[in-house]
Design a protein. Structure first.
Length: 162
């Protein structure tokens, strides 16, 4: 099973603010929907709470150490390894890891693909993507978008593989 990370980050690596996204990028959201539809999506509890009810058509796996946390629309795993086992046991071919910062840090060494949205701005953020060596990754594709009615900022959607 391939482990893929899906992240949008600003120039400084910012990915979140107060449990939510620090921007609105309608075209990126549409890309995310097409990419993940029908697949297993793994995330931390805070990310789950920020996206609750907004991810129909995906099989959700939420990482949480709280044994009492039982969301109605997701499986709960106590560790990244347990989450990977759940997706693999279900026959998933590509697991999408969507955050937050601690989950990305744990999954980055296992990932072979990175769906990276580079937001061409610096915004207020309190959650950051872990530092990584881009020289370890090969650019497979890139599509650029401009700010406007659908998007708060210019951005590029890139696919990187290692």
């Amino acid at each position: 099973m391939q482990v893929s990370l899906v992240v949008a980050m600003d120039r400084r690596g910012g990915i979140g603010l107060r449990g939510g996204m620090p921007w609105h990028l309608g075209d990126d959201l549409r890309h995310f929907r097409r990419l993940t539809m029908g697949h297993h999506v793994l995330m931390g509890r805070v990310t789950y709470e920020a996206t609750a009810g907004k991810l129909p058509g995906r099989k959700l796996i939420v990482l949480s150490r709280d044994a009492g946390f039982q969301p109605p629309d997701a499986q709960v795993a106590g560790s990244l390894a347990a989450g990977l086992r759940l997706a693999e046991a279900a026959g998933e071919d590509e697991l999408f890891v969507i955050g937050g910062g601690q989950v990305f840090a744990a999954a980055l060494p296992l990932a072979s693909r990175l769906y990276l949205t580079r937001v061409h701005a610096e915004v207020e953020a309190d959650t950051f993507f872990p530092d990584f060596d881009e020289s370890e990754w090969r650019l497979v594709s890139q599509r650029d978008y401009t700010a406007g009615e659908r998007n708060d900022f210019d951005f590029s959607v890139m696919v990187l593989e290692r």
